[in-house]
Design a protein. Sequence first.
Length: 455
Amino acid sequence: MQTINKRLSLLLVLSTVAAILLVTVFVNLTVSNKFNEYMIDIQNKRYERIVSYFEEAYKREGKWSSDTGIELMHEAYMGNYCLTLLDSSKQAVWGMDPDDLQTQIHIGEMSGHDNGVYTTKTFKIKANGKIVGFIDIGQYSSVLLSEEDLTFKSSINKSIIASGTLALIIIISLSLYFSKQFSIPIRAVANMSVRLSQGNFDTVSNIKSNITELEDLRKSVNILAGKLKHQDTLRKRLVSDITHEIRTPLNVIQNNLEAMIDGVLPVTNEGLNYLNEEVIRFGKLINDLNLLKEFESEGIKINYESIYLDHLISEICKDFYRAAENKNCTIQFEIALDEYKINADKDKMKQVIINLLSNALKFSDSNRTILIKLYKEKNTIIMEVIDDGIGIKQEDLPFIFERLYRGDKSRSQIEGNGIGLTIVKNILELHDALIKVESEEGVGTTVKVYFNTTN
C-alpha cells in the first residue's frame, strides 16, 4: 500500500508530465505550421520576383539568350533551388543541374510529405500580353530553408523543450510541497484515530492546516477525542458510583443483621424499621435505574394533553410548603400575568417540577428562600427555580445530568443517588424542552427550563 503523500505526489507528477507534453506538442506544431506558412509566403514572393525579373529582361533584350538572367544562378544555388529558362516553344535556353544541390541541401530537416523528392514548378513569362517563355523552379523540399531558417527553427524547438523541462521541475517541486500540505495533517489525524481505537484518549493533533476542510477535520477529531475521554471517565465513575450506591445499603443491612444474629444488637422494632428503610432506599435506587433505562431505550410512553403550567406548579408548591417549614425555608412563586398552556404528559412534567424543587430544598441551608418564576419571552415559556444554597462547583457543572453523578460535597453530605436530574433531562427532551443550569459554589443555583407554547 502507498502513503497518501506518495499517491498524491505520483498523481500530480503524472498529471503535470502529461499536461506539459501535450502543451509542448501543441505549441511545437503551432509554431512549425505558422513558420511554414511564413516561409511559403516568402517563397511565393520569391517566385513572383523571379518571374518579374525575366519579364523585364526579355523586354530589355527583346529575345532570349544563354546569358539572360544568368546572374540569378548564384542566388539559386545559395537558396537551394534550380532554375531552367525555356523559350515559348519550351526549348531550354539554359538550366542548372539539380545534382549540384545534393551536397548542400538539407533534405529531411523540414517537415513535409515530399522531402527529398525533387519537384519543379513552371511559371509563364509574358511580354505585351503574350507568352514569350517559361521558367522552371525546382527544389528538393516543399519549403526552402536557409541555414538561418534552420537555426531559427531549431532554437525555437530547443526553447520549447527547455521551457517544458523547467516548468516540469517547478511543478514537480510544487506538487511535492502541496502533497505534503495535504498528507501531513491527514496522516496525523489517521495516526490519532488509530490511537483512539486502541483506547488512548489522551492523544491530540496539534498539526494545523491552512486548508479549511483539513483543519475542520483536525478540530473534529480532537473534539471526538475529548468526548471519548470524557465518556471513558464517566464510564469508570459510573461503575464506581453504582458500586458505592449499592454497597452502602447492603453493608448497613448486613452489619446490622449480623449484629442482631450475634446478639450484639437487640432485635427491636426500631432496628427492624431502620433496616426496612435501607431496603426501601435500595429498592428505590433499583426502580430509578429501571426508569432511567426505560427513558434511554425510548420505551417510555408519553400521554400528551393540554396543561396549564402555572396551575401545576401551584399545586406542587403546596405539597412542599410543609417540608420547607420543617427546614425553616420559604418557597415563593412569582408569575407574570399571561397564559402558560403547553402540551405535555402531566405526570412526567409533575415529576420534573418535584425533582427540581426537591433539589433546591435539599441543597439549601436553613432560613433560605427558594424562588420559582414563570414568564414568557415571545413563544417560549420559561420556568426558573432559584435557590441560594451550597451551589455547584464549576468543574461539576458539565456532568450534573450524567447518570449517578454527584459532586464530592453532595456525595458526602446530601442524601441522593444522582439519577434525578438525568431523568429530568430525558423527560424534557421528550417534550422538546431545554434545561440550563447556572451555579456558583456557596452562592446558589438557578435552573431554567424552556417550553414551547401551544397555539
